[in-house]
Ligand binder design. Structure first.
Ligand code: FBP
Length: 694
């Protein structure tokens, strides 16, 4: 029946309140757009200069000298005040410029602010300067697809996440033909400079473009972008030049808010272990930051697992006068057992729930899996080199791929076989669950990287954990601890002697948390224990309250798995990333305006307070080393992984027992709250950076 107050749809749709609450642009967006990031003081100077700093030294690769002869001798360049500029230098600085920008690789919060920083500075020094954005990543550069970036476009995206303004892509500019196409686009647009906003592989691309564009006098500057946080630059003497890429802080904070919410839910409902896989293709930086942000109970750091040594095994072998070569580096089996022990320990203190963080790239650090990845990479690269067709195009289904591998291992003739894939490899590989084999055979990305985000690592690990926990349960070693005071009150309410029964049931009757004896693994064995100690006779029933206590001690291991990656990548940036990315954009402009090329814009002292931040250019060519990609050695920027000697890791290591709360202590969960761009509650930089700056 229609209510008396029923309004017509037309009235509703035209109502200003409807318009206000359903509008695409809400208050948060309006506030974000109008927020002014902080500006490094130097950028308020009338002019700037760049100062070469040869005192910052790097050991560079000889291959890089050969491939990048025109930029290999670049020094670190500091942006300094330009008050000493000559008149002609001033005129040159102020000239009108065309600058192209391109996003490359996965989105990272803050990208739009890099563009805003470039745009604002370009227009500030000459309003005739123009900024062009290439569409869909490097493809836009190759196909000459671009838009001119206007004031209204920049204003619509200030402090807003994603790379939506011009989109992104993962195309690699890896052939002379592609370089020439990119060069032609830049020449046709009369570009003075191109800014490549990307990760390690994209900055590698930027260096090659800088080399090739040099004779056309088009500058190329890179900007360190990636949520993974694996672009970190130090000099040979260990001085930090770039502490982290932009986007890292926001992604970590976005993941942490979700993880923190799970710690709240888990400790309220006390029935689930939440297994959170967190992005980061290889390095565990994001996971480490999430650990500090949330104090989750169990956090795996891939880099630490690779460093694992099984001393028990070594000792055992030594006693037999042997060396156990398998004692170095963790196996999946060992890892799952380690996780089980931790779950069992927490359960013993009454907490059969918790939150665990697994880094997306953990498999990279597990020797047995890494060997498979390398072998499969080589096989796929070999196939692609020999044939005109791509491996994944020829072998579409998992069965096709497995059949090809089988032929390599068991081929009739030497020609059919492949030396690195023998029947043992094939057998071991086929013992893995099919979804895992499928993941390991997934197509590599354009840069030849293994796509860890496509593998359900958390499921693989947790399946093994569940299997082993079942065994521990059958052996009576996995029990939920019962709080002694609770036990006593239940027994006293039932008029039973707690102490007498405790001795029969528990292995530690005087402790705060009581653990049911290992021999009691069913109601039948429970009853038997009571009969054996003359507490009941064989015709009696086990008292109800004891049955209840037993049931409470009998664990049910229930998990919920979560993957945090794309959501955090798309988050609006934190205050730190708003400021950082904006200043990176301005740094890129000042490098260009002072004639730099082949440099990556960076902020030195980022790990310190804002007033210590210094804009610099880092020579990309000097950051390169040779790495195996698609079966070939290629020059790329070295990814930085978690340093086990860093302050952050050492602090994490000493606090994690507390966070595990496996004794009778309380959980120590931390609530980082939502991603914010302003407000007193907002932290000024990532926790790992603060620790590393001590
Ligand atoms: P970038 O290195 O390009 O910044 O991308 C990082 C990342 O988000 C990784 O954390 C993740 O493994 C990968 O991209 C996912 O790739 P895709 O977007 O192709 O699924």
């Amino acid at each position: 029946m229609e209510s008396k107050n029923h309004k017509s749809l037309e009235f509703l749709l035209n109502h200003p309140k409807t318009d206000h609450v359903t509008h695409d642009v809400n208050t948060e967006t309006i506030e974000r757009r109008s927020f002014l990031p902080k500006k490094i003081k130097l950028f308020s100077s009338k002019f700037t200069n760049i100062k070469d700093c040869p005192e910052y030294k790097f050991k560079h690769d000889t291959e890089a000298s050969k491939a990048l002869p025109d930029i290999i001798n670049n020094s670190v360049q500091k942006i300094v005040s330009g008050h000493k500029k000559s008149e002609s230098e001033k005129q040159n600085f102020l000239k009108s410029r065309n600058i192209g920008v391109v996003f490359s690789g996965g989105p990272a919060p803050g990208g739009h602010n890099v563009i805003a920083g470039i745009y604002d500075e370009a227009k500030k020094y000459n309003s005739d300067s123009r900024v062009f954005g290439f569409l869909f990543g490097p493809d836009g550069l190759l196909e000459s697809k671009y838009i001119e970036i206007t004031q209204s476009l920049v204003d619509a995206y200030r402090n807003i996440g994603g790379f939506t303004m011009i989109k992104t892509g993962r195309t690699k500019i890896d052939s002379e033909n592609k370089i020439q196409l990119a060069l032609k686009t830049c020449i046709d647009l009369e570009l003075d400079a191109l800014v490549v906003i990307g990760g390690d592989d994209s900055n590698t691309n930027a260096a090659f473009l800088a080399q090739k564009f040099k004779s056309s006098n088009i500058k190329v500057i890179g900007v360190p972008k990636t949520i993974d946080g694996d672009i970190q630059v130090r000099t040979d003497s260990g001085e930090i030049l770039c502490a982290i890429s932009f986007g890292f802080h926001t992604a970590a904070r976005a993941f942490s808010q979700n993880i923190s919410n799970l710690t709240t839910d888990a400790s309220s409902d006390i029935k689930y272990w939440h297994i959170c896989k967190v992005m980061g293709r290889v390095a565990s930086h994001l996971t480490l930051e999430c650990a500090f942000q949330t104090h989750a109970n169990l956090v795996l750091i891939g880099e630490e697992l690779a460093d694992y040594t099984d001393y028990e095994r070594i000792e055992k072998a030594e006693k037999q006068g042997k060396i156990d070569y398998t004692a170095y580096g963790i196996t999946l089996r060992h890892l799952s057992r380690m996780i089980c022990n931790i779950i069992v320990k927490r359960a013993a203190s009454g907490k059969n729930f918790g939150v665990m963080i697994i880094p997306e790239g953990v498999l990279e650090f597990i020797n047995e899996i890494q060997v498979f990845i390398i072998k499969l990479n080589t096989i796929i690269a070999d196939y692609n080199n020999k044939h005109d067709k791509d491996f994944h195009y020829t072998f579409v289904t998992l069965n096709d791929k497995l059949e090809y591998l089988r032929r390599l291992a068991r081929g009739m003739t030497d020609k059919d076989r492949f030396p690195i894939w023998n029947s043992r490899d094939d057998d071991l590989f086929n013992q893995l669950p099919s979804f895992f084999r499928k993941g390991l055979l997934v197509e590599r990305d354009t840069h030849g990287n293994f796509q860890f985000s496509q593998v359900q690592t958390e499921i693989i690990i947790m399946d093994m954990v569940k299997e082993y926990l079942d065994i521990l349960k059958e052996q009576g070693r996995y029990k939920v601890g019962i709080e002694n005071s609770y036990y006593k009150s239940v027994m006293e309410n039932a008029n039973l002697q707690p102490d007498q029964f405790a001795k029969a049931i528990f292995k530690n009757p005087n402790d705060k948390f009581l653990i049911v004896k290992e021999s009691i693994i069913s109601l039948k064995t429970l009853k038997q224990a009571l009969i054996n100690t003359d507490l009941i006779s064989s015709v009696d029933e086990t008292p109800d309250c004891i049955v209840d206590i037993y049931k409470k001690s009998d664990p049910d291991f229930k998990t919920q798995t979560h993957f945090y990656g794309y959501d955090g990548r798309g988050s609006d940036p934190t205050h730190f990333d708003c400021n950082y990315a904006y200043n990176l954009g301005m740094t890129a402009f000042h490098l260009i305006a002072n004639g730099a090329t082949g440099q990556m814009a960076a902020i030195k002292n980022l790990e310190k307070k804002f007033d210590k931040w210094e804009p610099i250019g880092i020579p990309i060519a000097k950051m390169m080393h040779l790495e195996e990609r698609k079966g070939k050695l290629e020059l790329v920027i070295e990814k930085s992984i978690v340093d086990l000697n860093s302050n952050a890791f050492r602090v994490f290591k000493s606090l994690r027992e507390e966070w595990l709360a496996a004794q009778s202590n309380q959980d120590r969960y931390r609530r980082p709250g939502p991603v914010r761009f302003s407000g007193n509650a907002e932290e000024d930089r990532p926790i790992t950076l603060v620790l590393n700056s001590i």
